[in-house]
Design a binder for this molecule. Structure first.
Ligand SMILES: [Zn+2]
Length: 69
């Protein structure tokens, strides 16, 4: 977390491999301890936000790329 690279392409690859984008709530930023692959809908334990798992992950990656997350 917090690792930043000035090369955008590399930053994205690093985020894709190590950033737990599918486990993070794109609304409040809470990170789930576990999220099974069979769970297609992300439901946040913290704020109750419900969103498609892949959509949530892509929003997180977008935020990460902007340095928001
Ligand atoms: Zn949340």
């Amino acid at each position: 977390m917090g690792y930043k690279c000035t090369w955008n392409g590399i930053k994205f690859i690093v985020a894709d491999r190590f950033y737990p984008s599918s486990k993070i709530c794109s609304r409040c930023g809470d990170i789930k301890d576990k999220l099974s692959l069979s769970e297609r809908t992300f439901i946040c334990d913290e704020c109750g936000y419900e969103i498609d798992r892949d959509l949530n992950a892509s929003i997180n990656l977008k935020n990460y790329g902007k340095g928001v997350a």
